[in-house]
Design a binder for this molecule. Structure first.
Ligand SMILES: Cc1cc2nc3c(=O)[nH]c(=O)nc-3n(C[C@H](O)[C@H](O)[C@H](O)COP(=O)(O)O)c2cc1C
Length: 208
């Protein structure tokens, strides 16, 4: 697949077909992740691969609880001083799927990167985090080029620490995202998204 086609067709999916993925393809995708730019030239991130139902159920316990607790109907119908936004509709769609979109993916890939904590005091301290997101985007695009699709969940706060402990990740590493990879269900509902307007984003010379 041509690069721009991969960029333009990549999307986050939350429903997969019950169809296995060849591990050779997963390896090609992760090798694409390894080609990302890196701040310290060490490429010292790793990938934890979950394949079995038992592994996924164990690691995704918090995501399961969060998804179960979320009441989409209540969220969508909550009184608001303004009309519901596309982002809120997307949130209401995504939240109940935070567990199934990973559990039902043939592979869950969990990149881990070397950083004890996120510290924004200096931009340079955020470089490990920035680097791993370059890796993650390469993974998304390579998966798209392979005819696959990805779901993603960011384990926040307490969930992050629980996932890290369950996976026995060293104390000096962090877990930026949980990625489900598989064949997208073509029948999944596609919600309307905000589209960026390049004309409004461009500023020549300075902001004003
Ligand atoms: C930093 C970041 C965090 C995200 N966190 C989640 C998440 O926790 N759960 C989820 O279902 N989707 C998550 N998403 C996916 C977004 O919902 C999705 O990218 C957005 O709606 C645009 O859709 P698209 O990826 O199909 O273009 C995240 C995306 C980014 C970039």
């Amino acid at each position: 697949m041509e690069l721009y086609e991969a960029i333009n067709t990549r999307r986050t999916v939350r429903e997969f077909l019950d169809k296995d993925v060849d591990f050779d393809i997963i390896q090609r995708i992760l090798k694409a992740g390894n080609m990302a730019p890196t701040w310290n030239h060490n490429r010292n991130w790793s990938y934890i691969v979950l394949r079995t139902d038992e592994e996924k159920e164990y690691v995704l316990e918090s995501a399961k609880k969060i998804a179960k607790k979320f009441d989409a109907k209540k969220y969508l119908n909550a009184p608001r001083p303004y009309p519901i936004t596309l982002a809120q509709k997307m949130y209401a769609y995504a939240m109940p799927r935070q567990y199934t979109m990973l559990k039902e993916a043939p592979y869950v890939i969990i990149p881990v990167f070397k950083s004890k904590e996120l510290d924004g005091k200096y931009v340079s301290r955020l470089n490990p985090f920035s680097t791993i997101w370059c890796v993650i985007e390469n993974i998304f695009l390579a998966a798209t080029a392979e005819g696959l699709a990805c779901s993603m969940r960011i384990p926040l706060n307490e969930e992050h620490d629980i996932v890290k402990e369950k996976l026995k990740v060293p104390a000096t590493y962090m877990v930026p995202v949980l990625i489900g990879i598989g064949y997208a269900d073509p029948n999944e509902e596609k919600l309307e998204q905000n589209v960026a307007d390049l004309g409004k984003q461009l500023h020549f010379g300075s902001w004003k």
